[in-house]
Design a protein around this ligand. Structure first.
Ligand code: GH3
Ligand code: MG
Ligand code: MG
Ligand code: MG
Length: 301
């Protein structure tokens, strides 16, 4: 596998038989960093070292391998790590039980070194591709910030959290001013660069890990700010507005691109149990409209 030697993927090998562990280590040791567990309890502890894949023996002295697998799958921290079972006998009933418990594959002892290597490698590559797809599904292709789908999901989640906590949640809508004219005068490629610039500038103003910047659509972005009151939201919005006006979202050197400005609408609510998150979006949208009609390049309220 093409990775740096000091960044070999980690494997967790779980087997109570030292000679089995030695055998697997001889086959996999040069391509992976190996973590060893000789009983179920150790395995459940060592999974915290976030291996990329787990090789699991059926028969363990303390906790049954099937049960260990079920516990991995029940814990969100380890649920997505692929598990390959290693078994001494070819028993279709056992095999089915392993797959039922969440394992992705099976290797029967005695195994060939080439087959073990190939299965491990295949499942790690598959897992990486799945992770990549999951990430891409939530990102906007042009600006690399969260996309609309991601925003909708996180808004729902944060809204429910705010309903439980009784804390405010704020939303800022950012809309580039006269962006149609920017495209007309400078071309769509420059327009795209400006959108990247605005996303970059807005992202650089975010302070808290829970704050989310997303591309809402076209030339519009949203900032979701959990546990942020109206004053905090307005301050952030104003910093972004000022940054864009000062040219910090400019893709090219100062003076070589369009003079960008943006209008921003803020909204802050403490949601009651029956309220829907769309209310927050509508409020921010209304204030954005106000910012436009009051002259653009401004924050409302
Ligand atoms: P206003 O100040 O009222 O917001 O005017 P505006 O021209 O920005 O608003 P309008 O909604 O009329 O036009 C939005 C423009 O944004 C038109 C569209 O071509 C442009 N736009 C939307 N998405 C993209 C994109 O991905 N790339 C580029 N280059 N332009 C985009
Ligand atoms: Mg065993
Ligand atoms: Mg717009
Ligand atoms: Mg616009």
């Amino acid at each position: 596998m093409a990775v740096d030697a000091d960044e070999l993927p980690r494997l967790l090998l779980i087997d109570d038989d030292p000679s089995s562990l030695r055998l697997a280590a001889g086959i996999l040791g040069s391509d992976y960093t190996l973590i060893f567990a000789t009983c179920g309890r150790d395995a459940l502890d060592l999974v915290a070292e976030t291996p990329e894949l787990i090789l699991l023996d059926y028969q363990l002295p303390d906790i049954d391998g099937l049960e260990v697998c079920r516990r991995f799958k029940a814990d969100p921290a380890s649920a997505d790590i692929p598990v390959i079972f290693i078994t001494a006998d070819q028993d279709p009933v056992l095999e089915a039980a392993g797959l039922e418990a969440g394992a992705v594959d099976f290797v029967t002892k005695p195994y060939s070194a080439a087959v073990l290597r190939a299965r491990v490698r295949t499942h790690i590559l598959l897992k990486r591709k799945t992770d990549l797809l999951a990430r891409l599904a939530h990102l906007d292709g042009l600006t690399n910030v969260a996309n609309r789908r991601s925003f909708d999901q996180i808004l729902e989640k944060e809204w429910r959290r705010a309903q439980r906590s009784g804390r405010p949640v704020s939303l800022v809508m950012i809309d580039a001013d006269h962006f149609k004219d920017v495209n007309d005068a400078w071309g769509h490629q420059m327009g795209d660069e400006c959108l990247r610039g605005i996303a970059h500038l807005a992202a650089s103003q975010i302070r808290r890990p829970a704050d989310l910047l997303a591309r809402y659509g076209g030339e519009e972005f949203v900032l979701l700010l959990p546990e942020t009151d109206a004053h905090g939201a307005r301050q952030l919005a104003e910093a972004i507005r000022a940054g864009i006006e000062s040219g910090f979202a400019q893709p090219a050197k100062q003076g070589e691109g369009p003079a960008l400005t943006a209008s921003l609408g803020c909204a802050t609510l403490i949601p009651s149990p029956g309220d829907r998150p769309e209310t927050l979006v509508q409020l921010a949208d209304r204030n954005l409209y106000l910012a436009k009609s009051n002259g653009r390049n401004r924050v409302e309220p």
